[in-house]
Design a protein around this ligand. Structure first.
Ligand SMILES: NC(=O)c1ccc[n+]([C@@H]2O[C@H](COP(=O)([O-])OP(=O)(O)OC[C@H]3O[C@@H](n4cnc5c(N)ncnc54)[C@H](O)[C@@H]3O)[C@@H](O)[C@H]2O)c1
Length: 275
């Protein structure tokens, strides 16, 4: 078996949503490093175009960047047609875009608690994380089904377990005032696993594989030391991830290296969901 070949994405057209974000950039970089053609979708035209140009010059591969709001079906349909005109086919989709609803909001006390959580925020989180992933499957997935390929849905460790709300506690607040990780995040991330299993069977005859990747949390400079200490104590490896640490598993799921993997839920979380 030629390992260079089975991990290669040479000339594969890979559509990545939320490609301008923290992990989206890493996914795009992984695709480009493996010889694929990352097609970057996000909300800001200038930003995705610049990211695509940077990737192209760093890795000497073709790239493309488009402004697409994945909650808008007409934008996705038009973009899918544009990609097909430009590249002739689509080989893979990474459903990565999602809102990250925060436990706290500066403008709304007790905002994150279920009793107060604004329906508008819930609707927006579902629209991006779930409806957006469905719409991308509908158009880009249908294009992939013409010749086969791979769909990867980016779920989360919180697609497998409930958030440990003790992590967000503030000492000076009463029980009813304690901030929590909003319910919409759990529902979106669990829902993506349902979408994964559905798609894994739906286009199996067309040789479209679909798997979910469940990353754990990524370390960033805004995390307070107390939060970091608490969260790390719940992870067997004792630390959060670095942003680049999902590149290997994404490449595995997109490439022929995982050719018999379909409908799987791959947790890459330092062991967090074992405890
Ligand atoms: N960062 C983490 O710690 C972590 C952990 C587990 C899972 N995840 C998951 O990984 C994925 C990426 O996370 P991230 O940290 O890079 O998030 P991020 O917030 O940095 O990036 C998300 C990107 O999605 C884009 N986006 C939002 N709404 C959109 C829309 N309607 N249309 C198109 N693009 C839109 C945003 O502009 C942004 O660039 C998410 O699904 C997230 O839930 C992240």
């Amino acid at each position: 078996m030629n390992f260079d070949k089975i991990f290669s994405l040479k000339n594969k057209i890979v559509v990545i949503t939320g490609a301008a974000g923290l992990l989206g950039r890493q996914h795009a970089d992984a695709v480009a490093k493996a010889g694929g053609i990352p097609v970057l979708l996000d909300l800001q035209a200038e930003l995705v175009e610049k990211l695509a140009t940077d990737l192209q010059s760093r890795h000497d591969v073709l790239t493309a960047g488009y402004r697409v709001d994945i909650t808008q079906e007409s934008e996705i349909e038009a973009n899918c047609n544009a990609i097909l005109r430009r590249f002739g086919r689509i080989d893979a989709l990474v459903n990565n875009a999602a809102n990250n609803p925060k436990a706290e909001s500066k403008c709304h006390e007790k905002f994150s608690r279920l009793e107060n959580f604004p329906t508008l925020v819930w609707n927006d989180d579902i629209a991006v994380g779930l409806t957006g992933a469905f719409l991308c499957a509908k158009y880009y997935g249908s294009a992939i089904a013409r010749q086969g390929g791979s769909i990867v849905n980016i779920s989360s460790d919180l697609g497998l377990i409930a958030p440990d709300q003790r992590l967000y506690r503030k000492v000076d607040l009463s029980e009813e005032e304690q901030p929590v990780k909003p319910v919409s995040y759990s529902v979106v991330k669990h829902g993506l696993i349902g979408l994964t299993r559905y798609l894994a069977t739906y286009w199996a005859k067309q040789k479209v594989r679909c798997n979910a990747l469940c990353p754990g949390g990524v370390e960033n400079i805004n995390q307070e030391p107390e939060f970091l200490k608490e969260v790390c104590s719940r992870i067997p490896l004792g630390r959060l991830a670095q942003a680049h640490e999902y590149q290997g598993s994404l490449l595995f799921l997109l490439s022929e290296a995982s050719s018999y993997m379909n409908g799987a839920v791959l947790s890459v979380d330092g062991g967090r969901t074992c405890w």
